[in-house]
Ligand binder design. Structure first.
Ligand SMILES: Cc1cc2nc3c(=O)[nH]c(=O)nc-3n(C[C@H](O)[C@H](O)[C@H](O)COP(=O)(O)OP(=O)(O)OC[C@H]3O[C@@H](n4cnc5c(N)ncnc54)[C@H](O)[C@@H]3O)c2cc1C
Length: 285
């Protein structure tokens, strides 16, 4: 199907973009990998598209104050291949490399992915495990939100009217931390049936810190705090990993669709949590 008629603009600075987004019927266009198909299916019919692609201020990766700041229009391929991200925050580069195929990674952006809030998207699991922040800007000001507060529900975020994502902020990883992103993918699209990101630090032979983000299992990505608590303080043996991973789906209202039933997704979540924890532990220094 062909999308409904719309106005198109491509401002070259953030101020103009924010002014143009003040209208009720305006929507941001980034990589177009999710929005354009929705428009073609007429599930979205914005009257105006404001393309962020020409705003140089939104495409960057730099290190500042112990964190990496990644501009909203940074593509998945730029994240995956950035030497800075690979060395300072390898979990994010690993998650980016799992997204779709090379065409999608060349066009799709980190801001577009998290704004779309697909419950099967890859970045959310990694960003939750990383305890990232999202930097938002609107004509009336700016604010930073912890990533856990940004994802509200399926395809729903905390973005307000006229507000856009400016950057994603992730802490620079302590070199002794081990990380891993493991995913069972839906072969046609690459989206996660279940994806698990793990981030682990050891001290004195024990797991001192564990962070686990899960995507694909339920309506929105979440931090598996029960798994984290079960693993912390243990020696991280295979039995410890198995016991911790066993609780990942407890109390979770699991998705069920033509790709995987709720029970199968819960099973996959336990298996992929075990894998992510084991690999992350093997990468700790
Ligand atoms: C074939 C295919 C396979 C895919 N496989 C995967 C996969 O395996 N894993 C995965 O995670 N994703 C996958 N995706 C989705 C892909 O990652 C998209 O790039 C992403 O969901 C949307 O990013 P975008 O830059 O294309 O955003 P767009 O499609 O341009 O926009 C998406 C939404 O975000 C809003 N938006 C965009 N940028 C901003 C911003 N800066 N501030 C506020 N709102 C904004 C738009 O208004 C729109 O509502 C796949 C997509 C396709 C087409």
């Amino acid at each position: 199907m062909i999308a409904q008629n719309f106005e198109y603009s491509a401002p070259d600075n953030l101020q103009d973009a924010l002014k143009q987004l003040a209208g009720d019927d305006a929507k941001v266009l980034a990589g177009g990998m999710s929005l354009i198909p929705l428009m073609k299916l007429r599930l979205a019919a914005p009257g105006q598209l404001v393309d962020l692609g020409r705003i140089a201020d939104l495409n960057f990766i730099h290190e500042e104050g112990g964190a990496l700041r990644i501009g909203a229009t940074t593509t998945h391929y730029q994240v995956e291949s950035s030497p800075l991200v690979r060395s300072r925050c390898p979990l994010l580069a690993e998650a980016a490399a799992h997204i779709g195929d090379i065409q999608v990674r060349n066009m799709g952006t980190i801001g577009g992915s998290i704004a779309h809030a697909d419950p099967a998207a890859d970045y959310p699991a990694a960003l939750l495990a990383l305890e990232a922040k999202v930097s938002l800007v609107a004509a009336k000001g700016q604010r930073d939100l912890p990533i856990a507060d940004f994802f509200v529900d399926t395809f729903t975020t905390a973005l307000g009217p006229g507000e856009i994502i400016r950057a994603v902020v992730v802490p620079v990883e302590n070199q002794s931390t081990g990380t891993s992103y493991q995913k069972m993918l839906q072969p046609a699209s690459g989206f996660a049936i279940v994806g698990v990101a793990a981030r682990i630090r050891k001290a004195g032979g024990k797991v001192a810190m564990a962070r686990v983000g899960v995507t694909g299992l339920s309506g929105k990505p979440f931090r598996a705090t029960a798994v984290e608590k079960a693993l912390e303080g243990t020696a991280g043996t295979p039995t410890d990993i198995q016991k911790a991973a066993a609780v990942v789906a407890d109390g979770v209202d699991a998705n069920s669709d033509l790709h995987a039933s709720a029970d199968y997704r819960k099973h996959l979540a336990r298996v992929y949590t075990m894998r992510a924890l084991a690999i992350a532990l093997s990468r700790t220094a």
